[in-house]
Write a protein that binds this ligand. Structure first.
Ligand SMILES: [Zn+2]
Length: 406
């Protein structure tokens, strides 16, 4: 089985390289924005949008024109890749997966990608990496890179530069160990398992919120673009990247722990994006419960449910295990003991009490048990029993039902 994996390291560029990287990122941003402006213009005039090949042709023109000749100083492949990114942003928009592509701003996800492995040299023993037009770059070597290098992305965050090396390698098809489990994601408990275990939320954002607000206010009091303003901005960016790091660390630890012990994980197929969008509504249809929802949204985004699912998905796949997404129908209102479906079963946010049979349990655990059942049902429909890993067939977590008092 093919395993794709990315390794990220902090770069230690010299002054010249840092200036170059900033310029390359700027050139990519310029090309992206110019191409986006052009596409918008075409759209408004009722013309068809240009494809990737058409945009690349324009890029060559821009690199050759006297007005934007400085674009020729940047490596050409990363500039083309940024056009590819724009193309993907358009595709995602038309497939209703994303908002309309936005113009890039300086300092926001400054990055560029080298797609051609032939132009990249990795000298792991000497902690250095060769990239076109940058030369040999030193990096903080924290772990060995496994596999063949496919592409390399250089990015800037919080004033530091990083390199992400995407690799591919052949690994033996693993056989997952452990049983099946259902999980329920929530605000008060980040993840609850159907066997009763749970992970408390990190609330990385909340914890740093006061510091963030203070830094924002400090920056707003300074004269824009002054030395003190730049200092305040750098401080704000450091807080942002600290929040990001804490969150990433938390999500990785949690997704690793869950993927290590289970052969099948069932999860509610929540549209995180939809949930997080509906709060404000639009001018025509203002959202309901805006305040309550935006609080919830903040929590959802803060906790990174989407990223958590993404991690869980690939980590399970690496171990030969399954992630099964199920429709979130009545998972919070169905009694796992007698099957009675009623909103009355859910007296409070935290407690589940069946009005029919009296089964009582933490509401999140009930949700997780129901998700597990729905997952088993879906899995049985899609995969024949022969290919199903044996562990996944056991209703291990149905022990919840055994506790039924009725
Ligand atoms: Zn019941």
């Amino acid at each position: 089985m093919q395993r794709l994996q990315a390794y990220k390291y902090e770069l230690m560029p010299d002054g010249q390289q840092e200036r170059q990287m900033r310029r390359f990122a700027g050139s990519c941003r310029f090309v992206y924005n110019k191409a986006l402006a052009l596409q918008k213009e075409r759209y408004e005039q009722g013309e068809k949008k240009l494809g990737y090949a058409g945009l690349c042709k324009l890029l060559t023109e821009w690199r050759n024109s006297a007005e934007t000749a400085w674009l020729a100083d940047a490596p050409v492949h990363p500039l083309q890749q940024t056009l590819k990114d724009l193309e993907r942003a358009y595709t995602n928009f038309f497939a209703k997966r994303a908002d309309f592509p936005r113009f890039k701003k300086k300092g926001q996800s400054d990055s560029f990608r080298y797609p051609d492995p032939k132009q990249i040299k990795l000298d792991h023993g000497n902690n250095r990496l060769f990239l076109p037009k940058l030369g040999w770059l030193r990096y903080r070597n924290s772990r060995e890179v496994l596999g063949v290098v496919k592409n390399v992305t250089v990015s800037q965050s919080g004033g530091k530069w990083f390199v992400s090396i995407q690799t591919e390698r052949e690994v033996e098809q693993p056989i997952a160990q452990g049983g099946a489990v259902g999980i329920d994601m929530g605000i008060t408990r980040f993840v609850t398992l159907s066997d009763g275990a749970f992970y408390a939320p990190l609330h990385s954002f909340k914890r740093h919120e006061a510091a963030l607000r203070k830094a924002q206010q400090a920056m707003s009091r300074k004269t824009k673009f002054s030395t003190n303003w730049k200092k305040a901005k750098a401080r704000l960016q450091r807080i942002h990247s600290r929040i990001g790091n804490a969150r990433r660390d938390f999500l990785h630890k949690t997704s690793t722990a869950i993927s290590q012990n289970h052969a099948m994980v069932c999860i509610e197929d929540l549209q995180v994006r939809n949930m997080s969008r509906s709060a404000a509504g639009s001018t025509e249809t203002p959202g309901k419960n805006v305040r309550a929802k935006s609080g919830l949204n903040k929590s959802i985004l803060d906790q990174g449910w989407f990223e958590f699912r993404r991690q869980l998905d690939y980590k399970l796949a690496w171990r030969g295990a399954w992630l099964v997404a199920v429709a979130p129908q009545n998972t919070s209102r169905t009694c796992p003991c007698c099957g009675h479906v009623s909103a009355d079963n859910r007296k409070t946010q935290a407690q589940f009490l069946c009005v029919e049979c009296g089964f009582e349990e933490n509401a999140d655990v009930v949700g997780a048990i129901n998700v597990l059942r729905a997952g088993h049902a879906r899995f049985a429909c899609e995969v024949s029993g022969a290919v199903m890993p044996p562990a996944a067939g056991t209703h291990r977590s149905d022990s919840g039902a055994a506790q039924c008092l009725h």
